[in-house]
Design a protein around this ligand. Structure first.
Ligand code: LLP
Length: 425
């Protein structure tokens, strides 16, 4: 059994007790199942295999070097959005040819570095960016495939902060502007025309938004091809969602069937950029109870993990399941009590610092362990040291062994980044 499963009242990961892992590495702690990451990657890859598909893991979801190394070994390419992510992907051993550089604001320095590294594809998000890539490719004599990220003006029906496909977001180039820009790319000797890219948003649970976007995209492909331009590939982005209430993913088989139906017979190489689908369910945030308390209208479980470790609950009102690592059948105790639901909150000095609201949990006592589920994507990557709290460390379980894959920074290291000017000494 891979991933996170209970056995004899104890939450396990790939055969290891999460309580033992917490005892060894401390809390708050992200724990990933290598087997679950590999299984999700393979499931995605197989689902889209009815077309000429290539899977580029979106580093923004989880860019831990050990996780990337694992995915690189499975043959994953990478979708990156910064020079920093490029350095990670390359250092993890992902071939430059398999790396796609997306993102709405690439600097000259980042584009030059991408050309020098020989990245397979750059997705331009504006007319200005097309100009910049062409200029830098001419100056350096280094080529790449240059694609246009299209804004297909579709509603992804997801949280407003992670929807990117409507024309009023900062992402992509309008359908109307694409033909003239693609002509500029096609006419240039400095780069190869790389086709079109689209990413309409994240955490998408139904097929309809994808289908709407892809219909628009295919129309554009026809227009460009009718005008004699070469459109070799489509980058269809990421966005396949996960139901955080159950841990089930969106129906990837149906997604794959749609891919086959719409693209199976076309002369198009396809790229996919899944992030959440690959790692969300493969990770938990382990946190220990510091105290419980009661207010007139509420109960609270105060834990050592906080919004600086996992910001999704407060930033997106995201729901993450929270489960005791050791399942106690004890009655609710006298403080937390009355059977009232409790908020699971961190120590950060903000009312918005919570991991879960109104949860029904068994009685908790200080030292008890909780697992915040579905935390393997957009968890550790978004952590910070707010309140000068060294953020959670990360552990990856591989073949029944737990490995520390990012260590906890010390307070001294955090402070050492600051510089006191001589005048203040
Ligand atoms: N490709 C591009 C161009 C993207 O912008 C994104 C995500 C992805 C791929 C991967 O999307 P996924 O398959 O993971 O849905 N921090 C937010 C999610 C932000 C997603 C941003 N872009 C969260 O915690 O829900």
């Amino acid at each position: 059994m891979t991933g996170f499963t209970p056995a004899n009242g104890r939450l396990m990961v790939d055969g290891l007790g999460l309580d033992d892992i917490a005892a060894e590495f401390g809390t708050p702690l992200y724990v990933y199942s290598g087997a679950a990451i590999a299984a999700a990657f393979t499931r995605f890859q197989q689902a889209v295999s009815g077309a000429d598909s290539h899977v580029h893991f979106a580093l923004k979801a989880n860019s831990n070097m050990a996780v990337l190394r694992l995915l690189a070994r499975l043959g994953a390419g990478a979708d990156i959005v910064s020079g920093g992510e490029m350095a990670r992907a390359l250092a993890a051993g992902i071939a430059p040819e398999k790396i796609i550089f997306s993102g709405v604001g690439k600097t000259d320095g980042e584009i030059t570095a991408a050309l020098e590294a020989g990245l397979g594809q750059i997705n331009a998000e504006s007319a200005a960016e097309v100009d910049t890539v062409l200029r830098l490719a001419e100056q350096t004599g280094l080529s790449t495939r240059l694609a246009l990220r299209v804004n297909p003006d579709v509603d992804a029906k997801t949280h407003a902060k992670i929807a990117t496909g409507k024309s009023d977001t900062k992402f992509g180039i309008s359908m109307e502007d694409c033909p003239a820009l693609y002509r500029r790319i096609s006419d240039s000797d400095a780069v190869e025309a790389g086709g079109l890219a689209v990413h309409i948003g994240s955490q998408i649970m139904t097929l309809e938004p994808f289908e709407n976007a892809w219909v628009n995209l295919l129309e554009l492909v026809e227009t460009l091809r009718d005008d004699g331009m070469n459109v070799p590939a489509l980058d269809l982005g990421g966005g396949v969602g996960v139901d955080y209430a159950t841990g089930e993913t969106a129906d990837i088989t149906a997604f794959g069937a749609l891919v086959t139906r719409m693209f199976g017979n076309r002369k198009l190489r396809l790229g996919f950029e899944p992030g959440r689908f690959i790692t969300a369910e493969a990770g938990v945030l382990l946190t220990r109870v510091i105290a419980t308390k009661t207010a007139p209208s509420k109960d609270f479980i105060v834990v050592d993990g906080a919004m600086n470790d996992l910001i999704r609950p407060t930033l997106y009102e995201a729901y993450h399941r929270i489960e005791p690592v050791i399942d106690s059948t004890a009655e609710p105790a006298a403080t937390q009590h009355s059977g009232r639901p409790a908020d699971v909150v961190g120590p950060v000095c903000e009312t918005g610092d919570y991991l879960g609201l109104d949860r029904h949990l068994p009685a908790m006592t200080p030292g008890d362990l909780l697992a915040v589920r579905s935390a393997g994507a957009y968890g550790a990557v978004m952590r910070s040291s707010y309140n000068t709290r060294p953020p959670a460390a990360e552990v990856l379980v591989l073949d029944g062994k737990a490995h520390l894959v990012s260590r906890r920074q010390t307070v001294e290291e955090l402070i050492a980044l600051d510089v006191i000017p001589d005048d203040l000494k």
